[in-house]
Design a protein around this ligand. Sequence first.
Ligand code: HEM
Length: 76
Amino acid sequence: MKTYSRQQLALRNGQDRPEVWVAFEGRIYDLTSSRMWAKGRHYEHWAGQDLTRELKKEAPHLEEVFRKFEQIGTLL
Ligand code: HEM
């Protein structure tokens, strides 16, 4: 599994690059195929960062939403 820094993750925000990556509990998921994350935006949340806290505090769903996405790396 490849390891990425926060700076590398930040580039994959769906704006600077087409890739939409999000980190959760140290795992980086590729959400590029999700229509719900188009342009790196999901409700008022933005990709390219660690959203562990936001998911736990603000999402109306649990981490099961990541199940259908591939973990493409680990956050340094
Ligand atoms: C205001 C906060 C949020 C709202 C209202 C929201 C709402 C939703 C809804 C309605 C769905 C589709 C239904 C479902 O799968 O249960 C969804 C899917 C999803 N959410 Fe959220 N969400 C929020 C925050 C977050 C956060 C912080 C993350 C962190 C990464 C996240 C990640 C996801 C993912 C990965 C999916 C699956 C997308 C897909 O299947 O294409 N959500 N969200």
